[in-house]
Structure formats: structure tokens, C-alpha cells
Design a protein around this ligand. Structure first.
Ligand code: 5AD
Length: 334
């Protein structure tokens, strides 16, 4: 087992079977996390990149079976920020010294290319990187958004198990999602993807395939998080036990992709006390604090109990583990 970890550390390459062995054997976990931490230190250093997360609409046309803001959840209070409200929040991020803004929303077609383009161009008057996370769009739209100033894009594949993908995403197509990711890459976006861990019927083989998919795509960022069942979704009775496995998927991803950006995801912190710091010591190097007002934070209810970042608390915790906050935009350094 430990020779597999050594191999991953030196070659950044593993077979599917080797990944499955690592995922299924829990006696090696401490060594795995330590190895991922060492590789993170060696390739991307001690700095933590902060991304200011702005959630600007929870009005969704999709019906993903795990997600609390799916179209069929009638209990969610919907909101949609105006361009001016988005710009004000972006200004807040700039004032606070963030070097990256993440504009995230449900799949809401209200925001067409004209509206989004204008927002991007206005934000871009500041010296700040912009990440979009707005779901599937056409190639032409991605192209125009890039030209308007977007630098990065986040679109999780969620799962590479095609059967499972189909079950969880009614009316959506796995092939289209993959095409979107390839289009984003080809257009020169720094492209982020990732997966959910703990989906019903998900196997360690399918998680190994997810990791190999990230590598095959040459993703620049990978976000991995445990499923947190939401009471108003068809997955309400799924057990919320994906923390450890999601940490392992993340650590293996770091070993195989040493120079990418990997967030300590909010879902990890939500499911496990100290989950964020544990993740930052097991391969992660990014934190995405939500900068919306409290009222909106709770309305963006993809899963219950979402954890938030207390900035001064985070600074203290980072100091304790020998890490500091980066002052640059935090692009992938190859
Ligand atoms: N639990 C954990 N993560 C979720 N997401 C959506 N619903 C849930 C849930 N119930 C994740 C998806 C999506 C990201 C923004 O949030 O992976 O890509």
C-alpha cells in the first residue's frame, strides 16, 4: 500500500486499480493525507488563495435530485440579484482585498450574455480575477463571456458514472456536460471541475474514474465535496457519511495533479467540525468565503447547515498550521 503512495508522490500517475486500493484501504489514510500535504507544499507552497464567493441567483431550470434549489423544490425562497447588487458585492470584495471573485448562480437564463457581459466588463475595471460558475451554456456564450473578462469557470462533472449521472440529472446529458468542459478548456478558461462523494450507488471504481477524468481533462481546479442530503429532495434519506471518502478522493487528486488549485470545500466544513483545516492539511490550498449578506446566504440553500468563513478566525487557524493568505490572483502555476 505504501509503495502505491510513494509511486503517486514521485510519478503523479496511478492505475485505476491502484486508486481503488487506496480508496478501499483505511489503514493507510494518515500516510495518504501526509503525502498529499507534502506534495501540496512542494508544488504550490504554503499560501492559501481566497476567492470571494457571490451567489447571485437561486432560480434554477434544472432538477438535480440532490440539490435544494432544484426547480421542483417549492419550499425554497427564490432570489435574483440585479446587476447593480452584483456590482456592489463585487466592490465589497475588492475593498476587502480579495484578488478573485467567483460569480455563482443556479442555471438562470435571465442572465443573458448582454447582462453578464456588462457586469464582467464593469468588474474588470478593477485588478481582479473573475471566475464564473453558472452552469451549462453554448460554446458561443462561453466565448463571449471570456471576451468580456471572465478568467475562470467552475463546472463540476458531479459523477463520471454515466448511469448514475442520468438518474440524478433528469433531462440533462452527460455528453453535453463533458463537451462544456472541453469547450471551456479550449477557450482558454482556467477550468475547474469536481465531483460529489457519497451519492447513492456510487462505487469506489466510479470515484477512481472521476479522479482519472480530472487528470485526463487537465483540470486547473478540482472541488470535491461530500453529499449533504437536503430534506426537500429525492435524496433526503441518503446517509451523510461522505466526509472521509471525499477527503481521500481529494488527497489522491493532489498526488496525481500536484500543481492545480484545490479548495477545502464548504461541504467538507459543513459535514465535519474542522473539516476545512483538515482538508487544508490533506492537499487543499484554496478557501472560498461567501461574501453575501446573511439573509441571502441562507436562501442559497443547496444543502442544509452550510458553513461560513469567519475571516479573523480563519487567519488565526492558518497561522497555527504554518500557512498564510496569498496576495496574488492565484492562477495555476505550471
Ligand atoms: N450536498 C453537497 N453538495 C451539493 N451540491 C449540490 N447539492 C449538494 C448537496 N446536497 C454541489 C454540486 C454543485 C455545487 C455548487 O454544489 O456538486 O456543483
Amino acid at each position: 500500500m505504501n509503495s502505491i503512495i510513494e509511486k503517486a508522490k514521485s510519478l503523479h500517475q496511478l492505475s485505476k486499480n491502484e486508486i481503488i486500493l487506496l480508496l478501499e484501504n483505511n489503514s493507510i489514510n494518515d500516510n495518504l493525507f501526509k503525502a498529499a500535504d507534502e506534495i501540496r507544499e512542494k508544488h504550490v507552497g504554503a499560501k492559501i488563495h481566497l476567492r470571494a464567493l457571490i451567489e447571485f441567483s437561486n432560480i434554477c431550470k434544472r432538477n438535480c435530485k440532490y440539490c435544494g434549489i432544484r426547480i421542483q423544490n417549492k419550499n425554497t425562497k427564490r432570489f435574483r440579484l440585479s446587476p447593480n447588487e452584483i456590482l456592489n458585492l463585487s466592490e465589497r470584495a475588492v475593498q476587502k482585498g480579495f484578488k478573485t471573485i467567483v460569480l455563482q448562480s443556479a442555471e438562470d437564463d435571465y442572465y443573458n450574455i448582454d447582462i453578464l457581459g456588462e457586469i464582467l466588463r464593469k468588474i474588470k475595471k478593477n485588478d481582479i480575477a473573475i471566475t464564473l460558475s453558472i452552469g451549462e451554456r453554448k460554446f458561443e456564450e462561453y466565448k463571449m463571456l471570456k471576451e468580456s473578462g471572465a478568467d475562470r469557470f467552475l463546472l463540476r462533472i458531479e459523477t463520471t458514472d454515466k448511469e448514475l449521472y442520468k438518474k440524478l440529472h433528469p433531462g440533462m446529458s452527460y455528453e453535453n456536460r463533458e463537451d462544456c468542459l472541453k469547450n471551456l478548456k479550449n477557450l482558454g478558461y482556467e477550468t475547474g471541475t469536481g465531483c460529489l462523494v457519497g451519492l447513492p450507488g456510487q462505487t469506489t471504481e466510479s470515484l477512481a474514474n472521476d479522479i482519472l477524468f480530472f487528470k485526463e481533462l487537465n483540470a486547473d481546479m478540482v472541488g470535491i465535496g461530500p453529499l449533504i442530503p437536503h430534506k426537500d429532495t429525492p435524496l433526503k434519506n441518503t446517509p451523510a457519511n461522505g466526509f472521509l471518502l471525499s477527503l481521500k478522493v481529494m488527497a489522491i487528486t493532489r498526488l496525481l495533479m500536484p500543481d492545480i488549485n484545490i479548495p477545502a470545500t464548504t461541504a467538507m466544513e459543513t459535514l465535519q467540525k474542522n473539516g476545512r483545516i483538515i482538508a487544508l492539511q490533506s492537499g487543499a490550498n484554496v478557501v472560498m468565503p461567501n461574501i453575501n449578506d446573511n439573509e441571502l446566504k441562507t436562501k442559497y440553500d443547496i444543502y442544509p447547515g452550510k458553513a461560513y468563513v469567519d475571516y479573523s478566525e480563519l487567519e488565526k487557524e492558518l497561522k497555527l498550521i504554518g500557512r498564510t493568505i496569498s496576495k496574488d490572483k492565484g492562477f495555476r502555476v505550471k
